[in-house]
Design a protein around this ligand. Structure first.
Ligand code: ZN
Length: 418
């Protein structure tokens, strides 16, 4: 039996309570055995590997509930000339950067397939624990349809045998599409209930899928092992349709009106703000000129109203889980989102809870990850700086000095004792 003790740090356990100084965590194999004051933790009569946190802050492994591990940057011209399989190899580095930022679990909102997930699980490559949606369900001409005015189609994740084409219209087709995506290994269903920023032929406020179609998608997913549905939803009407249909999480939530917010509170719907996404689109456009013009225009239009929406939702008590849309921005920069969450009225502790406990609940993984408690998987992060005093210090990946996933150290910048 392998034991490890992470000690000499201040504990921020993900529950939102006061930090605990002089804390330690005893890890047995891949699980947390004990958490608390170091003096209170009974050590086993077996060798224990000591890991000195050097006065840092000990947090649960962080969770990003909205990433696209398979793409890095949105560049249509580049996409046209990229061999089909190259993104899978590029994803190896993207997953590594995600881990290096302290993110040990993700929900992939489209693109990653079962092979990528299994490559991580089998230890072929290092990456975060993944909940995958594989394909994005979209109406014809909707946010997930890669059709361009020329008639050409450019999908950032083109269909392949393990990733069905996401387009479907009408209750019969959407039912079949859910079944196809589940057959391919999806653990969550991703649907676009409105238009979006990075789609050529629509707008964030366009409503997509009818209430009947959304209801069938939710019902069909629920039939199979209680699978949940996440909705790319930006305009108010599409958000409300999604919430009323019983969709589990609203992604982006740019144009939330009061009724949408009330409905979300009532239904217990999660909100995944991705505040970083439109900001990144504008930043990347300014730095590289590689963003399509229509994408940049729509991103600029939305930044302010998006922040206001999220601020009102938070105030009203909507459950917020951290998610970034990483892939739109470079993987590994995910934790910029926490600084943006604080700008819309969350405290640093609120932002951390949204990235740990609440994010785990959003994935339905609260029994396994999200807080530091006995019996949970040993996903642990040590931060050199105090994130409660300076939330933006998390953006510097070198401040994430230790990352443990499943009891295994996957990043270690702590100086060795000698
Ligand atoms: Zn996304």
């Amino acid at each position: 039996m392998k034991y490890q003790l992470i000690h000499n740090g201040t504990l921020i356990d993900g529950n939102g309570g006061d930090p605990l100084p002089q804390a330690a965590i005893l890890v047995r194999e891949n699980k947390i055995q004990a958490v608390g004051h170091k003096a209170d933790i009974p050590l086993p009569n077996e060798p224990v590997e000591m890991i000195d946190a050097q006065g840092g802050y000990i947090l649960p492994g962080l969770i990003d509930t909205h990433v696209h591990l398979l793409f890095d940057g949105v560049n249509l011209m580049k996409a046209i000339n990229t061999p089909f399989s190259l993104p899978f190899y590029q994803a190896i580095d993207q997953m590594r950067r995600t881990l290096n930022a302290g993110i040990t679990s993700v929900r992939d909102a489209g693109g990653a397939d079962l092979g990528m997930k299994q490559a991580v699980e089998q230890g072929l490559i290092e990456g975060p624990r993944m909940q995958i949606s594989i394909s994005v369900l979209t109406i014809t001409g909707g946010h997930g349809d890669g059709w361009l005015p020329s008639g050409a189609e450019i999908n950032l994740f083109p269909p392949h045998p393990g990733r069905p084409d996401g387009r479907c219209d009408g209750v019969d087709e959407v039912r079949k599409k859910v079944r196809e995506v589940l057959r391919a290994g999806a653990e969550v269903i991703k649907v676009c209930s409105t238009g979006g920023v990075l789609s050529p032929t629509d707008h964030p406020e366009f409503t997509q899928f009818s209430p009947e179609e959304l209801a069938v998608i939710v019902q069909e997913a629920a039939y199979r092992r209680g699978i949940k549905v996440m909705a790319h939803a930006q305009g108010a009407e599409g958000i409300k349709n999604a919430v009323r249909a019983g969709i589990h999480s609203i992604e982006h939530g740019i144009y939330l009106d009061d009724e949408a917010i009330e409905l979300m509170v009532e239904h217990g719907t999660f909100l995944v703000p991705t505040l970083l996404a439109p900001l990144a689109v504008v930043e990347i456009a300014e730095a590289t000129g590689s963003m399509p013009e229509w994408g940049v225009r729509k991103a600029r239009e939305t930044i302010e109203i998006h922040s206001e929406s999220i601020a009102r939702a938070w105030k009203a008590g909507v459950k917020i889980a951290m998610g970034t849309d990483a892939g739109v921005m470079p993987h590994g920069t995910n934790l910029r989102e926490l600084g943006l969450m604080c700008k819309v009225g969350m405290s640093p502790m609120d932002a951390i809870v949204a990235t740990t406990k609440v994010a785990a609940e959003c994935l339905g993984w609260q029994d396994r990850v999200g807080t530091l408690a006995p019996g949970k998987l040993a996903d642990v992060v040590v931060v050199r700086t105090d994130p409660l005093a300076d939330i933006r210090s998390l953006e510097q990946t070198e401040n994430i000095v230790l990352v443990m996933k499943d009891g295994r150290i996957v990043k270690n910048l702590l100086a060795s004792p000698e």
